[in-house]
Design a protein around this ligand. Structure first.
Ligand SMILES: NC(=O)c1ccc[n+]([C@@H]2O[C@H](COP(=O)([O-])OP(=O)(O)OC[C@H]3O[C@@H](n4cnc5c(N)ncnc54)[C@H](OP(=O)(O)O)[C@@H]3O)[C@@H](O)[C@H]2O)c1
Length: 246
């Protein structure tokens, strides 16, 4: 039995566990592959987890260990090194652990579908946390200039209060990497002047629950193209599967 799984501090409902159980079922792999949930109260327990889990091929990493796992790894992919966060670990043939960041694959796929080759001018990245690092990586890769919008001037390039009509019309890709609008706070939306949006704007919400957030709803009402974080969620899981099996 090949083993895969997810490590984190508290793992309640896990998208990944459901995703892989359904995948194994669909692809006739249920008798040969298992995806488990492993709650670690401290990241220091990861070494014992790896040692004591027979036939472990790889595992995903979630809050709060995406950065904390790094000192326990032998190597990192270029993306994981630059972003400074790991959400996927592969046990290599020699037993060494290599860290990857597959959120970038999810961001790439979503941007391909959302903007194609449209000229967006620049991008506004709402929030300066972990997920914003993966978004920044892909924007740099695509030579799309961006401003980080933060509640705190010191953490970003601009604050929400400084989002004028001019800023909004020059930056026609807006990516929400903050948890604002996430279940159960479904009536909240990032503080933008939504009336400044038009049909040449593209809104990408990393939030995937609910599937249509208030941010997306207000954007659609102003004529903008919108998408949720659901495609990204599926893409990062599938990308982990490819890494474990290549
Ligand atoms: N679709 C996917 O596959 C996927 C993957 C990863 C993450 N996500 C989603 O992305 C979101 C962020 O995840 P994360 O890991 O980056 O979280 P995080 O590290 O906690 O960062 C979120 C950032 O959002 C801003 N923020 C937090 N609370 C806010 C509030 N009440 N109002 C305005 N801004 C606020 C903060 O930036 P400032 O302090 O600079 O304002 C914070 O650094 C979550 O909803 C997560 O579920 C989705």
């Amino acid at each position: 039995m090949k083993r895969y799984g997810l490590i984190g501090k508290t793992l309640g409902h896990s998208f990944s566990a459901r995703y892989f159980a359904q995948k194994f079922e669909r692809e006739g792999l249920s008798s040969s592959c298992h995806y488990g949930l492993y709650e670690l109260s401290d990241i220091g327990q990861v070494e014992e987890f790896v040692r004591q889990t027979p036939n472990l091929v790889g595992f995903n990493v979630t809050i709060p260990y995406k950065q904390q796992i790094i000192p326990y790894l032998n190597s990192l992919s270029e993306e994981a090194r630059e972003i400074g966060a790991v959400n996927c670990v592969k046990i290599m043939a020699d037993g060494e652990l290599k860290g990857y960041n597959t959120d970038v694959d999810g961001v790439r796929l979503t941007l391909d579908k959302l903007i194609g080759s449209a000229d967006v001018g620049g991008a506004l990245v709402l929030g300066s946390g972990g997920a914003s690092q993966a978004v920044k990586y892909v924007l740099k890769e695509r030579n799309i200039p961006y401003l980080i919008v933060s509640r705190d001037r010191a953490k970003g390039d601009i604050t929400y209060a400084e989002l004028t009509h001019e800023v909004i019309s020059n930056n026609r890709l807006i990516i929400n990497t903050s948890p604002v609008g996430m279940y159960p706070h479904i009536d909240d939306a990032p503080a933008l002047p939504y009336q400044a949006l038009s049909s040449s704007h593209f809104l990408f919400d990393l939030v995937y629950n609910p599937e249509q957030t208030k941010f997306m709803k207000l954007g659609s009402e102003a004529g903008a193209h919108v998408t949720s974080g659901l495609d990204m969620l599926y893409a990062q899981a599938e990308s982990a599967w490819q890494i474990w099996n290549k």
